[in-house]
Design a binder for this molecule. Structure first.
Ligand SMILES: *[C@@H]1O[C@H](CO)[C@@H](O)[C@H](O)[C@H]1NC(C)=O
Ligand SMILES: *[C@@H]1O[C@H](CO)[C@@H](O)[C@H](O)[C@H]1NC(C)=O
Ligand SMILES: *[C@@H]1O[C@H](CO)[C@@H](O)[C@H](O)[C@H]1NC(C)=O
Length: 551
């Protein structure tokens, strides 16, 4: 229903606000100059947001929050540019059999946790329903390509820390120490929601120093845990299971901060019906003008007026793509920079963004009548049970053995497949309806390469619906001490500078908040919350205080 509202909003906005042209009779503006009759800086009170994922949609929302508190921002207008036809970025859902009456399944960013205060709060304030994974039963196994090194039945998210089998294989110290390190990291992380961050950070180094996270980001997960004296096999099997399902990377590749984040599953939840709804709500509540299907081709700055110009192309009607240009006071860039492929020019200082490779993830969603994966594939007896969530470890391959053919494989609930409409019901098949109604399980597989149909048939026997998507799901996250700049030039800010540190939906919203604070203070001498230097946060005592929401 809401999708329709957005479309309506876009339509109206385009009619009223864009430099307009008519497809018939008039010629289109041939160059961007046409709409650029050098407006004076004061007359331009627009901010452009490029990208409508978690970062861009929340940036619009934070500006709206600021407008509630700073009357001088009242006429600031926000334009959100999005090259796809959806809000939500990497957070997308699909429906089994493309049938909207089934529960949708997340293809990408699927969970957030309780420590993710912005998303948690937004879910509540927007009246969205959460699906709680923590209490989901089922079993979890770690497959190394040749055997299960661990199978526990303590649930799928976080409940397996202290089961007897875990203690037997890895001892007591490894899980306990790991849990303490995760808790410590989360406690630091939570300070990002405190009044301390009423002053924005200007670069990633500043926030990393504040958090004392340098040792975490400058070492691989295995180096870090080894130095902490954690049992090596635990790190290479159990922790690696978590880094591979969450980031498709092994413990000897991914930095330790992201390794720890992979283990923070406390309160794992998602929004019923799809997490993208959070991002739609952010945009809706910001009153921003959304330009879907619109690819930004160039952004440039005029040093004299200090205004930015965003040039874009939208749609591809029979008349060809329509090109427009619009002036802005400031721009929030909220997409992976190098993937956006935007020409960027500014005569004055412009900081360079280092190349950032992303992991090319294959997501395979399917439905099957098989209640579990084929035990024989896993070298088990034909009647053995296979965990409903299979994580993987690279440890066997590291030692010269076979590599797992996938990163993770998990069962995600059931659908009751509807009877296909029988065109000419034969008189002798009166029970056709009940016979045709069958339960199917929905399964999600993450892998580095495509898992083909024959492979799926071998694992699941009968496969119903299959949906494949390949996408640049998250950055490659090696240890590092150098990060992208947050402020690329005067009036141009980069939300995804945070991603090489932690890549989640939540951290995009935190980075967006910080960028909005920087932008508003530098451009309008305003902020998200009203306060004077050195002032105590008035509501800081409130236990669930969240900076930006509660001020
Ligand atoms: C959005 O528009 C509505 C209706 O005009 C208005 O009541 C609301 O205050 C606006 N919100 C923001 C953040 O601009
Ligand atoms: C965006 O493009 C898609 C596919 O071409 C189309 O179905 C959709 O209506 C377009 N949406 C908007 C808002 O232009
Ligand atoms: C980061 O910002 C701080 C505070 O503005 C500054 O002192 C420091 O030099 C900056 N560091 C880098 C690497 O730019």
């Amino acid at each position: 229903m809401y999708a329709i509202q957005i479309l309506a909003l876009v339509g109206a906005a385009q009619a009223l606000q864009l430099p307009s042209w008519l497809p018939f009779g008039h010629s289109k503006p041939t160059d961007s100059q046409a709409s650029l009759a050098l407006p004076s800086p004061e007359s331009v009170n627009r901010i452009a947001v490029i990208g409508a994922g978690a970062g861009g949609s929340s940036a619009a929302f934070w500006i709206a929050k600021a407008k509630e508190r700073f009357p001088e921002l009242a006429d600031v207008q926000i334009d959100v540019y999005e090259k796809t036809d959806k809000i939500g970025g990497r957070s997308t859902v699909v429906y089994p059999y493309d049938d909207l009456s089934y529960e949708p399944v997340e293809q990408g960013a699927s969970i957030f946790v309780k420590a993710n205060k912005n998303l948690w709060r937004a879910t509540e304030e927007f009246g969205l329903q959460k699906t709680d994974f923590e209490d989901e039963d089922g079993s979890m196994g770690v497959w190394d390509g040749e055997q299960f090194v661990m199978i526990t039945s303590g649930g799928r998210f976080g409940r397996w820390w202290d089961t007897a089998k875990v203690l037997w294989r890895y001892g007591w110290n490894a899980p306990t120490k790991t849990q303490a390190l995760v808790t410590n990291m989360i406690n630091k992380f939570l300070s990002l929601y405190s009044w301390e961050y009423s002053s924005p950070f200007h670069n990633m180094t500043e926030v990393i120093n504040d958090m004392e996270w340098t040792p975490y980001v400058s070492q691989t997960t295995s180096e870090f845990f080894d130095l902490q004296g954690v049992y090596k096999l635990w790190t290479r099997e159990m922790i690696e299971g978590a880094t591979r399902v969450n980031y498709g990377q092994d413990v000897d590749k991914i930095h330790a901060l992201e390794g720890l984040c992979s283990l923070a599953a406390n309160g794992a939840s998602s929004v019923k019906g799809g997490n993208y709804q959070l991002f739609e709500e952010f945009v809706k509540r910001s009153n921003a003008t959304v330009r879907l299907n619109t690819t930004v081709t160039e952004i440039s700055r005029d040093d004299k007026s200090s205004l930015w110009t965003v040039s874009s192309e939208s749609g591809s009607s029979i008349f060809g793509p329509s090109r427009t240009s619009q002036s802005y006071r400031a721009i929030i860039f909220a997409a992976p920079f190098h993937q956006a492929n935007i020409k960027l020019s500014s005569p004055s200082a412009l900081l360079e963004i280092p190349q950032q490779p992303y992991v090319n993830l294959h997501v395979t969603l399917l439905s099957t009548t098989s209640p579990q994966a084929n035990p024989e594939y896993f070298g088990l007896a034909g009647d053995a049970s296979v965990p409903s969530m299979v994580l993987t470890s690279y440890e066997n391959a590291r030692n010269g053995g076979k590599e797992p053919e996938f990163n993770s494989l998990s069962y995600h609930g059931k659908i009751v497949k509807k009877a296909k409409e029988v065109e000419e019901p034969a008189p002798e098949t009166e029970n056709v309806e009940t016979e045709n109604q069958k339960e199917e399980w929905v399964v999600k597989i993450f892998s580095k390469v495509e898992v083909g149909d024959a492979w799926l048939r071998n694992i699941f026997g009968e496969v119903g619906w299959v949906n494949r998507r390949v996408f640049q799901a998250y950055p490659v996250l090696p240890p590092t001490t150098s990060f992208p700049p947050i402020k690329l030039a005067q009036g141009l800010y980069y939300v995804n500078a945070f991603e090489p540190l932690i890549s989640t939906m939540e951290t995009e919203t935190i980075s967006a908040r910080n960028v909005v604070q920087l932008l508003l203070s530098e451009t309008y001498n305003a902020g998200i919350c009203k306060h004077t230097e050195g002032e105590e946060g008035p509501q800081e005592q409130k236990e669930d205080f969240i900076y930006g929401w509660d001020c």
